[in-house]
Design a protein around this ligand. Structure first.
Ligand SMILES: NC(=O)c1ccc[n+]([C@@H]2O[C@H](COP(=O)([O-])OP(=O)(O)OC[C@H]3O[C@@H](n4cnc5c(N)ncnc54)[C@H](O)[C@@H]3O)[C@@H](O)[C@H]2O)c1
Length: 477
């Protein structure tokens, strides 16, 4: 029999204390008395770190330097901690060198990592950088996708960086993050630019300890460097009336898109408020209707003309009907699978069939998975099935859509502060919020920014990926 995996969140949330004080007012005062420290305010938005960006290049790698140059970013050389570079401090102990000012980010180009002995260079540049990193600073590893190596040593070393990245992310403090980008030998600076920029900027605030792949695609210089990538495009967002969906709609509108907000008729008023604010249009629609995709396309064609096409569809609408499997009836099972999965499959099929108002070639699809889906979660058999399926869907569809240059990706949110999660009792919510490396819950905008990065025309080389927006949650790593 397989051993049951230890789930730290479950263990914490089910302690007698947590259960006893889970109801709100008592829980709140207990947390206050325990003196839970307030979490660090994360740097958010389209802005770079305040301090310097240091670039470490191993052997002959230049991809990252050329990418940062394309983005107009100035870099400094890293300080290297080697026995030779150490001076003796007052107590006669060696003192590693440090940066003079605050360090905003250290970007390590390790695409030419070849031998185990090269790893000493990696340690040597990381140590002083970690000490000097500012709040919400960044460590970014750029490495070759392990499967693209024939030789054994570079391949296993590239894989080893995954463990290093995850550990660095856990050790960093003050809202700083560490992430790893895998690149292919054919990846160009233009194809890598959107990812490096996203990781450096505050847009990636709640993405921590993650790794994903940037492949090859042709991206023009002006596309790679645009800060209003959605100008002139139409983007549909399901479940746009509130929560994460409303944040997605606002983020795409900020970046130039005309947004078609979709939500159930019962949320009509809230939906109207969101789309009016961003000059989009509303479509009251239950996405589980068999012809939901056709209706979205018809709305686009009617409102924006027969030649209009959707640039992107963001499948955000999702529901939970939590019950232990022993108590889960047919209705609770079917409702979740229909909204979270089957509706998406149907809508994709009709939006991709070339009809007026459907998805344009060169466009993008983004779905929402979940850490619960990836790790499994007690009481969420239906939800976890649907969300793991979304991760499978993007991996399966990416190669099929490559001919049409359509990308398909998903985000995997962890604990995000929305109405969905506000229903969780106070103390349990505190535990969930803090059980990640950033010791706080994410905001809807964190998920929205990651989706907007994935759907960006500049991210044409990013497809079939699931990027978690979870602050490196303890669950589902
Ligand atoms: N909040 C979190 O912590 C979290 C974590 C992981 C994943 N997610 C996922 O993110 C997405 C958004 O979550 P949220 O927290 O903003 O949820 P929410 O409940 O606040 O909002 C969901 C929206 O979807 C709409 N919707 C539901 N069923 C619909 C249908 N049949 N047709 C059209 N619209 C429908 C709702 O009316 C609502 O406006 C969901 O897919 C959810 O599973 C959320």
């Amino acid at each position: 029999m397989p051993k049951k995996r230890f789930d730290p969140l479950e263990a914490l949330a089910t302690t007698p204390l947590a259960k006893a004080v889970a109801s709100s007012s008592i829980g709140k005062s207990v947390a206050t008395k325990l003196g839970v420290p307030p979490s660090v305010e994360l740097r958010r938005g389209r802005n770079n770190p305040g301090g310097a960006i240091s670039l470490a290049e191993l052997n002959n790698s230049t991809l990252t330097r050329r990418t940062l140059q394309l983005l107009g970013l100035f870099t400094i050389n890293p300080v290297i901690d080697t026995p030779d570079a150490r001076t003796l401090g007052e107590a006669g102990r060696p003192v590693p060198p440090g940066y003079e000012g605050r360090l905003g980010a250290l970007v390590l180009d390790l695409t030419e990592l070849r031998a185990v002995t090269d790893l000493e260079y990696v340690r040597g540049v990381l140590r002083p950088a970690i000490r000097a990193l500012e709040r919400s600073g960044r460590i970014i590893f750029v490495a070759r996708t392990p499967e693209t190596f024939d030789e054994l040593e570079p391949r296993v070393l590239a894989q080893g960086l995954d463990g290093l990245n995850r550990t660095v992310a856990k050790e960093l403090r003050g809202g700083a993050t560490s992430n790893l980008v895998w690149v292919d030998p054919e990846t160009t600076p233009q194809a890598l630019a959107s990812t490096l920029r996203f990781l450096l900027e505050g847009r990636s605030a709640y993405v921590d300890g993650q790794s994903w792949r940037v492949g090859a695609a042709e991206v023009a210089d002006d596309v790679a460097t645009s800060v209003r990538p959605y100008a002139g495009t139409i983007v549909a967002v399901t479940g746009a009336a509130r929560g994460i969906g409303a944040a997605i709609a606002r983020t795409f509108a900020r970046d130039g898109a005309t947004v078609v907000g979709v939500d159930i008729p019962a949320s009509g008023e809230a939906l109207a408020r969101v789309v009016n604010e961003i000059h989009g249009t509303a479509l009251q629609l239950d996405i589980t209707l068999p012809d939901a995709g056709e209706r979205i396309a018809a709305h686009v064609a009617e409102r924006y003309g027969e030649d209009a096409r959707l640039y992107a569809i963001i499948h955000n609408a999702g529901i939970t009907r939590d019950r232990m499997l022993a108590n889960l009836d047919e209705k609770g099972w079917a409702a979740v699978l229909d909204v979270n999965l089957a509706a998406q499959l149907r809508m994709n099929a009709s939006l991709l069939d070339g009809r007026a108002g459907g998805l344009a070639d060169g466009g993008s699809i983004v779905g929402i998975s979940s850490t619960s889906g990836i790790a499994g979660n007690k009481g969420q058999a239906n939800y976890a099935t649907s969300k793991a399926a979304i991760a499978g869907l993007v991996r399966a569809m990416a190669p099929r859509l490559a001919d049409r240059r359509i990308t398909i990706n998903a985000v995997g949110p962890g604990f995000i502060e929305t109405e969905m999660t506000a229903a969780i009792p106070y103390l349990q919510r505190q535990i969930f919020q803090r059980s990640n490396s950033l010791a706080q819950g994410g905001k809807p905008v964190d998920v929205a920014e990651t989706i907007a990065y994935l759907a960006d025309p500049a991210s044409a080389a990013v497809t079939g990926q699931v990027v978690r927006v979870c602050g490196q949650a303890l669950v589902g790593q």
